[in-house]
Write a protein that binds this ligand. Structure first.
Ligand SMILES: *Cc1c(COP(=O)(O)O)cnc(C)c1O
Length: 400
Protein backbone atom coordinates (compact mmCIF):
# COMPACT_ATOMS: atom_id res chain seq x y z
CA UNK A 1 0.00 0.00 0.00
CA UNK A 2 1.28 3.48 -0.64
CA UNK A 3 2.04 5.02 2.74
CA UNK A 4 0.08 8.18 2.01
CA UNK A 5 -1.73 9.76 -0.89
CA UNK A 6 0.56 11.09 -3.56
CA UNK A 7 2.26 14.28 -2.58
CA UNK A 8 1.13 14.12 1.01
CA UNK A 9 4.24 14.26 3.13
CA UNK A 10 4.76 12.18 6.21
CA UNK A 11 7.52 11.91 8.73
CA UNK A 12 9.62 9.24 7.16
CA UNK A 13 11.51 8.32 10.28
CA UNK A 14 12.58 4.74 10.74
CA UNK A 15 12.94 3.20 14.19
CA UNK A 16 16.44 2.88 15.56
CA UNK A 17 17.37 -0.77 15.19
CA UNK A 18 21.08 -0.82 15.80
CA UNK A 19 21.98 -2.00 12.30
CA UNK A 20 24.81 -0.39 10.45
CA UNK A 21 23.63 -1.43 6.98
CA UNK A 22 23.83 1.46 4.60
CA UNK A 23 20.13 1.27 3.88
CA UNK A 24 19.24 1.85 7.50
CA UNK A 25 22.25 3.53 9.01
CA UNK A 26 21.98 5.79 11.99
CA UNK A 27 25.14 7.72 11.59
CA UNK A 28 25.63 10.42 9.05
CA UNK A 29 27.42 8.83 6.06
CA UNK A 30 31.06 9.89 6.19
CA UNK A 31 30.85 10.94 2.54
CA UNK A 32 28.61 13.86 3.55
CA UNK A 33 30.94 15.34 6.12
CA UNK A 34 33.02 17.32 3.64
CA UNK A 35 29.92 19.07 2.31
CA UNK A 36 28.39 20.50 5.47
CA UNK A 37 29.90 23.94 4.88
CA UNK A 38 28.92 24.08 1.20
CA UNK A 39 26.43 26.50 -0.32
CA UNK A 40 23.02 24.94 0.15
CA UNK A 41 20.89 23.25 -0.88
CA UNK A 42 23.40 20.78 -2.27
CA UNK A 43 22.92 17.23 -3.45
CA UNK A 44 25.87 15.03 -2.53
CA UNK A 45 26.73 11.75 -4.24
CA UNK A 46 28.10 9.26 -1.69
CA UNK A 47 30.84 7.13 -3.32
CA UNK A 48 31.56 5.04 -0.24
CA UNK A 49 27.90 4.23 0.25
CA UNK A 50 27.58 3.49 -3.48
CA UNK A 51 30.39 0.94 -3.42
CA UNK A 52 29.20 -0.79 -0.26
CA UNK A 53 25.52 -0.79 -1.14
CA UNK A 54 25.84 -1.96 -4.75
CA UNK A 55 28.24 -4.70 -3.66
CA UNK A 56 25.79 -5.77 -0.99
CA UNK A 57 22.89 -5.95 -3.46
CA UNK A 58 25.04 -7.74 -6.06
CA UNK A 59 26.28 -10.29 -3.51
CA UNK A 60 22.79 -10.97 -2.20
CA UNK A 61 21.47 -11.47 -5.74
CA UNK A 62 24.39 -13.73 -6.76
CA UNK A 63 23.89 -15.95 -3.74
CA UNK A 64 20.41 -16.88 -5.00
CA UNK A 65 21.60 -18.81 -8.08
CA UNK A 66 20.24 -22.29 -7.53
CA UNK A 67 19.28 -25.45 -9.30
CA UNK A 68 20.23 -24.29 -12.77
CA UNK A 69 18.40 -20.96 -12.43
CA UNK A 70 20.54 -17.87 -12.61
CA UNK A 71 19.33 -14.76 -10.77
CA UNK A 72 20.41 -11.40 -12.17
CA UNK A 73 19.76 -7.77 -11.36
CA UNK A 74 19.51 -5.20 -14.14
CA UNK A 75 19.59 -1.68 -12.71
CA UNK A 76 16.85 0.58 -14.10
CA UNK A 77 18.79 3.40 -15.73
CA UNK A 78 15.95 5.94 -15.66
CA UNK A 79 15.79 5.82 -11.86
CA UNK A 80 19.05 7.78 -11.77
CA UNK A 81 21.27 7.81 -14.87
CA UNK A 82 24.17 9.54 -13.09
CA UNK A 83 27.38 8.08 -14.59
CA UNK A 84 28.71 7.58 -11.05
CA UNK A 85 25.73 5.34 -10.28
CA UNK A 86 26.24 3.40 -13.53
CA UNK A 87 29.95 3.00 -12.73
CA UNK A 88 29.11 1.51 -9.33
CA UNK A 89 26.54 -0.78 -10.98
CA UNK A 90 29.07 -1.92 -13.60
CA UNK A 91 31.74 -2.52 -10.94
CA UNK A 92 29.23 -4.55 -8.94
CA UNK A 93 28.63 -6.82 -11.93
CA UNK A 94 24.96 -5.87 -12.38
CA UNK A 95 23.30 -5.46 -15.75
CA UNK A 96 21.12 -2.50 -16.74
CA UNK A 97 17.57 -2.01 -17.96
CA UNK A 98 16.91 0.66 -20.60
CA UNK A 99 13.65 2.19 -21.85
CA UNK A 100 15.02 4.18 -24.80
CA UNK A 101 17.91 4.05 -27.24
CA UNK A 102 19.30 7.16 -25.56
CA UNK A 103 19.59 5.12 -22.38
CA UNK A 104 21.19 2.29 -24.35
CA UNK A 105 23.78 4.72 -25.73
CA UNK A 106 24.40 6.07 -22.24
CA UNK A 107 24.91 2.51 -20.92
CA UNK A 108 27.34 1.63 -23.74
CA UNK A 109 29.36 4.78 -23.01
CA UNK A 110 29.42 3.77 -19.35
CA UNK A 111 31.03 0.47 -20.34
CA UNK A 112 28.13 -1.98 -20.53
CA UNK A 113 27.99 -4.44 -23.43
CA UNK A 114 24.72 -4.75 -25.39
CA UNK A 115 24.14 -8.22 -23.96
CA UNK A 116 24.15 -6.67 -20.49
CA UNK A 117 21.19 -4.49 -21.42
CA UNK A 118 17.51 -5.45 -20.96
CA UNK A 119 15.11 -3.42 -23.10
CA UNK A 120 11.70 -2.52 -21.80
CA UNK A 121 8.84 -0.05 -22.13
CA UNK A 122 6.70 1.24 -25.00
CA UNK A 123 9.40 3.49 -26.51
CA UNK A 124 12.45 1.25 -26.32
CA UNK A 125 13.57 1.92 -29.95
CA UNK A 126 13.12 5.70 -29.68
CA UNK A 127 14.48 7.90 -31.10
CA UNK A 128 16.54 5.72 -33.50
CA UNK A 129 17.54 2.07 -33.06
CA UNK A 130 21.26 1.88 -32.36
CA UNK A 131 23.22 -0.51 -34.54
CA UNK A 132 24.25 -2.77 -31.73
CA UNK A 133 23.07 -5.88 -29.98
CA UNK A 134 22.10 -8.54 -29.35
CA UNK A 135 20.49 -7.25 -26.19
CA UNK A 136 20.10 -9.55 -23.18
CA UNK A 137 16.32 -9.38 -23.48
CA UNK A 138 13.57 -7.43 -25.22
CA UNK A 139 10.18 -7.29 -23.53
CA UNK A 140 7.38 -6.09 -25.76
CA UNK A 141 4.59 -3.91 -24.45
CA UNK A 142 1.86 -5.07 -26.84
CA UNK A 143 0.90 -7.94 -29.13
CA UNK A 144 1.66 -5.72 -32.14
CA UNK A 145 5.16 -4.99 -30.87
CA UNK A 146 5.74 -8.69 -30.21
CA UNK A 147 4.74 -9.58 -33.77
CA UNK A 148 7.07 -6.95 -35.21
CA UNK A 149 9.93 -8.10 -32.97
CA UNK A 150 9.48 -11.74 -33.98
CA UNK A 151 9.46 -10.77 -37.65
CA UNK A 152 12.71 -8.89 -37.25
CA UNK A 153 15.58 -11.40 -37.12
CA UNK A 154 16.32 -11.63 -33.41
CA UNK A 155 19.89 -12.80 -32.71
CA UNK A 156 20.28 -16.27 -31.22
CA UNK A 157 20.85 -16.33 -27.49
CA UNK A 158 18.70 -13.30 -26.76
CA UNK A 159 15.39 -13.42 -24.91
CA UNK A 160 12.17 -12.05 -26.37
CA UNK A 161 8.94 -11.79 -24.46
CA UNK A 162 6.05 -9.65 -23.34
CA UNK A 163 5.27 -7.52 -20.36
CA UNK A 164 2.30 -9.00 -18.52
CA UNK A 165 -0.41 -6.69 -17.21
CA UNK A 166 -0.97 -7.95 -13.69
CA UNK A 167 -4.44 -9.14 -12.69
CA UNK A 168 -6.38 -6.71 -10.54
CA UNK A 169 -4.13 -3.76 -11.27
CA UNK A 170 -5.10 -0.84 -13.47
CA UNK A 171 -2.15 -0.33 -15.80
CA UNK A 172 -1.49 1.15 -19.21
CA UNK A 173 1.37 -1.31 -19.72
CA UNK A 174 1.68 -4.78 -21.09
CA UNK A 175 -0.71 -7.43 -22.35
CA UNK A 176 -3.56 -9.07 -20.44
CA UNK A 177 -2.81 -12.77 -20.71
CA UNK A 178 -5.99 -13.55 -18.78
CA UNK A 179 -7.83 -12.46 -21.92
CA UNK A 180 -8.14 -15.61 -24.03
CA UNK A 181 -7.69 -14.01 -27.50
CA UNK A 182 -4.64 -12.10 -26.23
CA UNK A 183 -3.08 -15.25 -24.79
CA UNK A 184 -3.70 -17.04 -28.09
CA UNK A 185 -2.18 -14.19 -30.10
CA UNK A 186 0.92 -14.05 -27.88
CA UNK A 187 1.40 -17.82 -28.03
CA UNK A 188 1.04 -17.78 -31.81
CA UNK A 189 3.57 -15.00 -32.22
CA UNK A 190 6.07 -16.75 -29.93
CA UNK A 191 5.63 -20.02 -31.81
CA UNK A 192 7.12 -18.25 -34.84
CA UNK A 193 10.26 -17.17 -32.99
CA UNK A 194 13.65 -18.56 -34.04
CA UNK A 195 14.11 -21.62 -31.76
CA UNK A 196 17.52 -20.32 -30.67
CA UNK A 197 15.88 -17.27 -29.15
CA UNK A 198 14.63 -17.69 -25.57
CA UNK A 199 11.09 -16.84 -24.46
CA UNK A 200 10.54 -14.60 -21.46
CA UNK A 201 7.75 -12.96 -19.48
CA UNK A 202 8.11 -9.68 -17.64
CA UNK A 203 6.03 -8.04 -14.95
CA UNK A 204 6.65 -4.77 -13.15
CA UNK A 205 4.38 -3.64 -10.36
CA UNK A 206 5.41 -1.83 -7.22
CA UNK A 207 4.74 -3.34 -3.80
CA UNK A 208 3.94 0.25 -2.82
CA UNK A 209 0.83 -0.09 -4.97
CA UNK A 210 -0.21 -3.70 -4.30
CA UNK A 211 1.46 -4.47 -0.95
CA UNK A 212 4.21 -7.06 -0.44
CA UNK A 213 1.76 -9.99 -0.25
CA UNK A 214 -0.01 -8.71 -3.36
CA UNK A 215 3.32 -8.55 -5.17
CA UNK A 216 4.02 -12.24 -4.55
CA UNK A 217 0.51 -13.08 -5.73
CA UNK A 218 1.11 -11.15 -8.94
CA UNK A 219 4.38 -13.03 -9.49
CA UNK A 220 2.82 -16.44 -8.82
CA UNK A 221 0.06 -15.54 -11.25
CA UNK A 222 2.71 -14.72 -13.89
CA UNK A 223 4.37 -18.11 -13.29
CA UNK A 224 1.01 -19.74 -14.00
CA UNK A 225 0.56 -17.65 -17.14
CA UNK A 226 4.06 -18.61 -18.26
CA UNK A 227 2.97 -22.25 -18.01
CA UNK A 228 -0.04 -21.46 -20.23
CA UNK A 229 2.20 -19.69 -22.74
CA UNK A 230 4.48 -22.74 -22.87
CA UNK A 231 1.60 -25.11 -23.49
CA UNK A 232 0.01 -22.99 -26.18
CA UNK A 233 3.16 -21.88 -28.01
CA UNK A 234 5.13 -25.11 -27.69
CA UNK A 235 8.05 -22.92 -26.60
CA UNK A 236 9.66 -23.29 -23.17
CA UNK A 237 9.82 -20.13 -21.04
CA UNK A 238 13.46 -19.53 -20.27
CA UNK A 239 13.35 -16.20 -18.46
CA UNK A 240 11.13 -14.45 -15.91
CA UNK A 241 11.77 -10.75 -15.33
CA UNK A 242 10.14 -9.48 -12.15
CA UNK A 243 10.74 -5.74 -12.55
CA UNK A 244 11.53 -3.24 -9.78
CA UNK A 245 9.55 -1.03 -7.45
CA UNK A 246 11.10 -2.14 -4.14
CA UNK A 247 13.09 0.17 -1.91
CA UNK A 248 16.46 -0.96 -0.55
CA UNK A 249 15.14 -2.41 2.69
CA UNK A 250 12.28 -4.17 0.88
CA UNK A 251 14.64 -5.72 -1.66
CA UNK A 252 17.23 -6.89 0.85
CA UNK A 253 14.96 -7.91 3.72
CA UNK A 254 11.87 -9.18 1.90
CA UNK A 255 12.14 -9.82 -1.83
CA UNK A 256 15.54 -11.54 -1.98
CA UNK A 257 14.94 -13.75 1.09
CA UNK A 258 11.60 -14.82 -0.43
CA UNK A 259 13.03 -15.61 -3.84
CA UNK A 260 14.34 -19.18 -3.21
CA UNK A 261 10.80 -20.38 -2.45
CA UNK A 262 9.52 -18.68 -5.57
CA UNK A 263 12.26 -20.34 -7.64
CA UNK A 264 11.18 -23.71 -6.31
CA UNK A 265 7.55 -23.04 -7.22
CA UNK A 266 8.52 -21.66 -10.62
CA UNK A 267 10.73 -24.65 -11.45
CA UNK A 268 7.85 -27.02 -10.70
CA UNK A 269 5.77 -25.32 -13.37
CA UNK A 270 8.50 -24.23 -15.81
CA UNK A 271 11.03 -27.03 -16.35
CA UNK A 272 13.22 -24.95 -18.70
CA UNK A 273 13.42 -21.82 -16.56
CA UNK A 274 17.06 -20.75 -16.63
CA UNK A 275 17.04 -17.10 -15.61
CA UNK A 276 15.20 -14.77 -13.24
CA UNK A 277 15.87 -11.06 -13.76
CA UNK A 278 15.16 -8.33 -11.22
CA UNK A 279 15.13 -4.68 -12.27
CA UNK A 280 15.88 -2.71 -9.12
CA UNK A 281 15.98 1.05 -9.56
CA UNK A 282 15.21 2.79 -6.30
CA UNK A 283 16.54 -0.16 -4.26
CA UNK A 284 19.97 0.46 -5.77
CA UNK A 285 20.01 4.23 -6.14
CA UNK A 286 18.10 5.59 -3.15
CA UNK A 287 20.90 5.44 -0.55
CA UNK A 288 23.52 6.83 -2.96
CA UNK A 289 22.88 10.56 -2.43
CA UNK A 290 22.02 12.97 0.37
CA UNK A 291 20.73 16.53 0.36
CA UNK A 292 22.30 19.15 2.60
CA UNK A 293 20.00 22.05 3.44
CA UNK A 294 20.07 25.00 5.79
CA UNK A 295 17.51 26.36 8.23
CA UNK A 296 16.19 29.73 7.06
CA UNK A 297 13.82 30.42 9.94
CA UNK A 298 12.54 28.86 13.15
CA UNK A 299 8.93 29.15 14.30
CA UNK A 300 6.97 27.75 17.14
CA UNK A 301 5.27 28.03 20.43
CA UNK A 302 5.55 25.98 23.59
CA UNK A 303 6.53 22.42 22.71
CA UNK A 304 6.42 23.08 18.98
CA UNK A 305 9.33 23.70 16.69
CA UNK A 306 8.89 24.20 12.98
CA UNK A 307 11.64 25.23 10.63
CA UNK A 308 11.74 26.62 7.12
CA UNK A 309 14.69 25.30 5.09
CA UNK A 310 16.29 26.39 1.83
CA UNK A 311 15.38 23.13 0.04
CA UNK A 312 11.94 22.59 -1.47
CA UNK A 313 9.73 19.79 -2.68
CA UNK A 314 11.22 20.45 -6.13
CA UNK A 315 14.63 19.28 -4.84
CA UNK A 316 13.24 16.11 -3.23
CA UNK A 317 9.98 15.34 -5.04
CA UNK A 318 9.63 11.87 -3.47
CA UNK A 319 10.07 13.11 0.08
CA UNK A 320 6.56 12.12 1.16
CA UNK A 321 6.42 8.87 -0.79
CA UNK A 322 9.49 6.93 0.26
CA UNK A 323 11.48 6.61 3.47
CA UNK A 324 14.14 9.20 4.18
CA UNK A 325 16.24 9.83 7.25
CA UNK A 326 17.04 13.23 8.69
CA UNK A 327 20.21 14.23 10.48
CA UNK A 328 21.50 17.36 12.10
CA UNK A 329 24.61 18.43 10.27
CA UNK A 330 27.51 19.95 12.13
CA UNK A 331 28.14 19.85 14.95
CA UNK A 332 25.85 17.01 15.96
CA UNK A 333 25.64 14.59 13.01
CA UNK A 334 22.92 12.82 14.92
CA UNK A 335 19.77 11.27 13.50
CA UNK A 336 16.54 13.10 14.20
CA UNK A 337 13.97 10.93 15.96
CA UNK A 338 10.22 11.12 15.60
CA UNK A 339 8.73 14.14 17.35
CA UNK A 340 6.40 17.05 16.86
CA UNK A 341 8.42 19.24 14.51
CA UNK A 342 7.69 20.15 10.93
CA UNK A 343 10.15 21.00 8.18
CA UNK A 344 8.72 23.44 5.66
CA UNK A 345 10.21 23.93 2.21
CA UNK A 346 11.28 27.33 0.93
CA UNK A 347 8.66 27.60 -1.82
CA UNK A 348 5.17 29.07 -1.75
CA UNK A 349 3.43 25.76 -2.42
CA UNK A 350 0.92 24.42 0.09
CA UNK A 351 2.36 20.95 -0.52
CA UNK A 352 5.93 22.03 0.22
CA UNK A 353 6.20 20.27 3.60
CA UNK A 354 9.34 18.15 3.73
CA UNK A 355 8.69 16.39 7.05
CA UNK A 356 5.99 16.31 9.67
CA UNK A 357 6.45 14.63 13.05
CA UNK A 358 10.20 15.08 13.23
CA UNK A 359 12.03 15.67 16.54
CA UNK A 360 13.90 18.89 15.95
CA UNK A 361 16.33 19.73 18.75
CA UNK A 362 15.73 22.59 21.18
CA UNK A 363 17.82 25.53 20.21
CA UNK A 364 17.81 24.81 16.49
CA UNK A 365 18.58 28.09 14.77
CA UNK A 366 18.70 29.78 11.40
CA UNK A 367 21.88 28.73 9.61
CA UNK A 368 21.92 25.21 11.10
CA UNK A 369 22.49 22.43 8.61
CA UNK A 370 20.16 19.45 8.13
CA UNK A 371 20.90 16.40 6.00
CA UNK A 372 18.29 14.26 4.25
CA UNK A 373 19.61 10.87 3.19
CA UNK A 374 18.19 8.42 0.63
CA UNK A 375 17.58 11.01 -2.08
CA UNK A 376 19.55 9.12 -4.78
CA UNK A 377 16.62 7.76 -6.81
CA UNK A 378 13.67 9.75 -8.19
CA UNK A 379 14.35 12.58 -5.71
CA UNK A 380 17.31 13.23 -8.00
CA UNK A 381 16.08 12.21 -11.46
CA UNK A 382 12.71 13.93 -11.10
CA UNK A 383 13.92 17.06 -9.31
CA UNK A 384 13.12 20.27 -11.14
CA UNK A 385 13.92 23.97 -11.05
CA UNK A 386 11.28 25.85 -9.11
CA UNK A 387 11.02 29.30 -7.63
CA UNK A 388 14.42 30.27 -8.97
CA UNK A 389 13.53 33.01 -11.43
CA UNK A 390 15.81 32.56 -14.39
CA UNK A 391 18.70 31.30 -12.33
CA UNK A 392 20.88 28.73 -14.01
CA UNK A 393 19.83 25.14 -13.32
CA UNK A 394 21.06 23.47 -11.32
CA UNK A 395 21.75 26.51 -9.17
CA UNK A 396 25.34 26.74 -8.00
CA UNK A 397 24.62 25.01 -4.73
CA UNK A 398 22.41 22.29 -6.06
CA UNK A 399 24.94 20.33 -8.09
CA UNK A 400 23.66 16.99 -9.22
C1 LIG B 1 11.04 2.17 -13.64
C2 LIG B 1 11.16 0.72 -13.89
C3 LIG B 1 11.91 -0.09 -13.04
C4 LIG B 1 12.56 0.40 -11.77
O1 LIG B 1 11.60 0.79 -10.84
P1 LIG B 1 12.07 1.33 -9.40
O2 LIG B 1 10.78 1.76 -8.76
O3 LIG B 1 13.01 2.45 -9.61
O4 LIG B 1 12.69 0.18 -8.70
C5 LIG B 1 12.05 -1.42 -13.38
N1 LIG B 1 11.46 -1.93 -14.49
C6 LIG B 1 10.70 -1.16 -15.31
C7 LIG B 1 10.09 -1.77 -16.51
C8 LIG B 1 10.52 0.18 -15.05
O5 LIG B 1 9.76 0.93 -15.85
Amino acid sequence: MPPTAEGEPRAAVLPVDGHEDVHRRWTLPADVLGHLDAATPVRVFLPGVARAHVERVAGAVRSLDADGVRVRAAYSIKTNPDPRVLAAVLDGGLHVEAISQLEVGHALRAGFAPDQVVLNGPGKWWPEPLACGPFAAVFCDSVEELRQTVERAVPAGAVVGVRVRPAGVVSRFGVDLHDEPVLTAVARALAGLDPRVGVGLHVHVSPRDVGAAGWWQVVDDVVGLAGEVEERSGRPVRCLDLGGGWDAAGLLDHLLPGLPDLLTRARERLASLAEVVLEPGRAVAQPLAALVTRVLAVRGGPGVTDVVVDASIADVPEIGRSPHRWFMGAPHGCPLPAGSGTVLGRSCMESDVLAAGLGLPDGIAAGDVLVITDVGAYDTSKSYPFGLGDARWPPDGLAR
